[in-house]
Design a protein around this ligand. Structure first.
Ligand code: 13P
Ligand code: SF4
Length: 354
C-alpha cells in the first residue's frame, strides 16, 4: 500500500497530519486526525529506534491502518511475514491469536500486542479438552484448526489453516487418502469449506460420535460474533435495490448467506476482488473498519454500506495503546516452551499450503 509507506516516512508531525488528511479526510473527522497524527508520528520514530516491525491486520481502524504498519494483510500473509522478519521486536496490531502465532514462529523475539483484551469469539469457542474429545470420537481423523484458535489448541492439532487456504488444506488431506477431517472451531467456515471441497458437513456433538457418510468434514459449533450477524435477507434487500452490485463475503458468514454472494475469500482476497472488479458498486460482508480501509484505497469505486458490524476485539487496538506498547515494551506474548514446540508443526504446514 503506497499510502501507508508514505505516511510512515513523513519527516515531521505536521507532514504526518498532512498525509493522513490526504488519505483519510473523507473517512475520519479532522479533529480526530489531529490527535492520531501525533501518535502516529511518535510511533514511527520510536519503531525505527527500537528496530521494531509493526504488522497491521486488515480490520484495524483506518487512522492506524494507514499510518504505522510496515505490513498490512490477512492472517496468512501476516504469519508469513512474521516468519521472515529480522526485526528485534514484532508489534502485532491485530488480535491475540495472531500475536501468539507470530510468537510460535519467533520464540526468540519479543512479540507485543498493544492490548491483551483483543480476543476472538472463535478462539474462545474451543478448548483443548474439546479437541481431545473429538479425537476420541473420530479416531484417525486429522484435526485442522483454524488460525483463530489459541496456542494450546494449535498444539493439539495436525494442521492449521486460515480462510485463505482452508480449502487447500482440506484438498491436501483428501489427496492423502483421509476421508474424515475434523475442522475446528468455526462451524460456518467448516461448512463453507466442505461445500467448496464437494463433501458433506457433519456437526459434532458432545453427546457422542455422529454417523458419518463416506467422506465428511466434522465441524464444531463456534461462530464469529461479527460475521454471524449477516442474514440472507440483508443480501436480498441490497440486491433488490442495486441489482448490479458485486457482493463479496468473508467465509465466516453462514452458508445460506454465502450462497447469495458473488465471491468469497479471506480479507486479503476481498481486497483483491475490489481492486479487480469492473462492477460500478460493491458490498463487503465483513467487519466494517475494513470497509473504510478499502474505500480509502479505492476512491473511484462506490462501496455500499449495509451495516456497521465492528469487531469489538480488533477495536481494542488503538494508536494510543500502540505507542504505549512501544514505550513500555508491553504486552509481551509469553507461551510455555512445550506449547510453542508442539504448535510449530501445524503452523508450518499451514504456511506451506496455498
Ligand atoms: P483473515 O484471515 O481473512 O484476515 O480473517 C481473520 C479474521 O479474524 C476474520 O474475522
Ligand atoms: Fe474473531 Fe470475528 Fe473478530 Fe475475526 S471478526 S477476530 S473471527 S470475533
Amino acid at each position: 500500500m503506497p499510502g501507508t509507506i508514505s505516511i510512515q516516512q513523513a519527516p515531521s508531525r505536521d507532514e504526518t497530519l498532512a498525509r493522513m488528511r490526504a488519505k483519510l479526510s473523507a473517512i475520519v473527522p479532522d479533529v480526530e486526525l489531529q490527535v492520531q497524527a501525533d501518535y502516529a508520528y511518535q510511533i514511527n520514530l520510536l519503531k525505527r529506534e527500537l528496530n521494531a516491525v509493526i504488522l497491521g491486520h486488515n480490520y484495524m481502524e483506518p487512522a492506524l491502518f494507514h499510518s504505522v504498519p510496515d505490513y498490512v494483510g490477512d492472517s496468512l500473509e501476516l504469519s508469513r511475514i512474521s516468519a521472515e522478519t529480522d526485526a528485534d521486536i514484532i508489534i502485532f496490531c491485530g488480535v491475540k491469536f495472531m500475536a501468539e502465532t507470530a510468537k510460535i514462529l519467533n520464540p526468540e523475539k519479543t512479540v507485543l500486542i498493544p492490548s491483551m483484551r483483543a480476543g476472538c469469539s472463535l478462539a474462545t469457542g474451543i478448548t483443548v479438552e474439546d479437541v481431545r474429545m473429538l479425537r476420541a470420537q473420530y479416531p484417525g481423523a486429522p484435526v485442522v484448526s483454524y488460525v483463530n484458535t489459541y496456542a494450546d489448541v494449535k498444539a493439539e492439532s495436525d494442521y492449521c489453516c486460515t480462510s485463505g487456504n482452508a480449502a487447500g488444506v482440506v484438498r491436501h488431506l483428501l489427496s492423502k487418502g483421509h476421508k474424515h477431517i475434523i475442522f475446528l472451531p468455526d462451524e460456518f467456515l467448516a461448512h463453507n469449506t466442505a461445500k467448496e471441497a464437494g463433501i458433506p458437513f457433519v456437526r459434532a456433538s458432545k453427546d457422542g460420535a455422529q454417523p458419518l457418510p463416506e467422506k465428511a468434514i466434522i465441524g464444531w459449533n463456534a461462530r464469529c460474533e461479527v460475521h454471524e450477524l449477516f442474514t440472507p435477507k440483508d443480501v436480498e434487500d441490497v440486491r433488490t435495490q442495486f441489482p448490479d452490485v458485486m457482493i463479496i463475503a468473508h467465509p465466516e458468514v453462514s452458508p445460506e448467506v454465502l450462497a447469495k454472494c458473488d465471491a468469497a475469500g479471506s480479507t486479503k482476497q476481498m481486497v483483491e476482488y475490489v481492486k479487480k472488479t469492473k462492477a460500478d458498486r460493491y458490498l463487503l460482508l465483513t467487519e466494517c473498519s475494513m470497509g473504510d480501509n478499502i474505500a480509502a484505497e479505492n476512491p473511484d469505486k462506490e462501496m455500499l454500506r449495509l451495516c456497521s458490524h465492528r469487531c469489538p476485539h480488533m477495536a481494542q487496538i488503538t494508536l494510543e495503546d500502540t505507542l504505549a506498547s512501544l514505550k513500555k515494551v508491553q504486552y509481551k506474548i509469553e507461551l510455555p516452551s512445550d506449547i510453542i514446540e508442539k504448535a510449530r508443526l501445524p503452523i508450518d504446514r499451514m504456511l506451506e499450503i496455498r
